[in-house]
Design a protein around this ligand. Sequence first.
Ligand SMILES: Cc1cc2nc3c(=O)[nH]c(=O)nc-3n(C[C@H](O)[C@H](O)[C@H](O)COP(=O)(O)O)c2cc1C
Length: 181
Amino acid sequence: MSKKILVAFATSYGSTREVAEAVAATLRDRGLDADLQPARDVRTLDDYDAVALGAPLAMHRWHKDAHRFLSRHRKSLAGLPVAVFALGPVHDPHDEKEWDDSRAQFDRELAKAAWLEPAAVELFGGRFDPALLRFPVNKLAGSEPASDIRDWEAIRGWAAGLFEATPQPVEPGGGPAAGAP
Ligand SMILES: Cc1cc2nc3c(=O)[nH]c(=O)nc-3n(C[C@H](O)[C@H](O)[C@H](O)COP(=O)(O)O)c2cc1C
């Protein structure tokens, strides 16, 4: 049986959902059984062997649905490998100051769930689209130019290293054993 992984995400403007989709697709490519769900819709983790949770940073905070997910499922998560990621920087991918600031924000946010010992923590560049902002956020940030610095290679590379795939039984002849998927 292959491991069953939940990829849970929070999003305000959709870009984290697309990153979570790429994480789930990469896990599936590796033979893992990955489900994708909005974090706020997840009722139980009973079926899962591991969890990846992703959410954007906004106003120096990790999305509230990610925090709620951690609180609600704390008991189950304490016994599972958990990988977490955030989307944050949206300007120059080489602007170290912006990345350091976002990393510090993410660290502070994760420290609120000090009981969590993540198997992996990652920060990815995000997407900013002023056309999607709603009032009153559009009044505060709406004059910034649109950008998308999500690095799909980095995202897939990170997902490719998450969790251990279940080794497939191999027959002495070299091929998969009868009945193996
Ligand atoms: C109003 C607003 C505030 C933001 N604040 C932060 C922030 O404090 N720190 C950060 O690293 N990124 C910040 N970002 C960048 C977001 O994390 C980035 O746009 C992300 O891709 C949004 O994810 P979503 O499309 O899933 O909602 C902000 C973006 C917006 C629109």
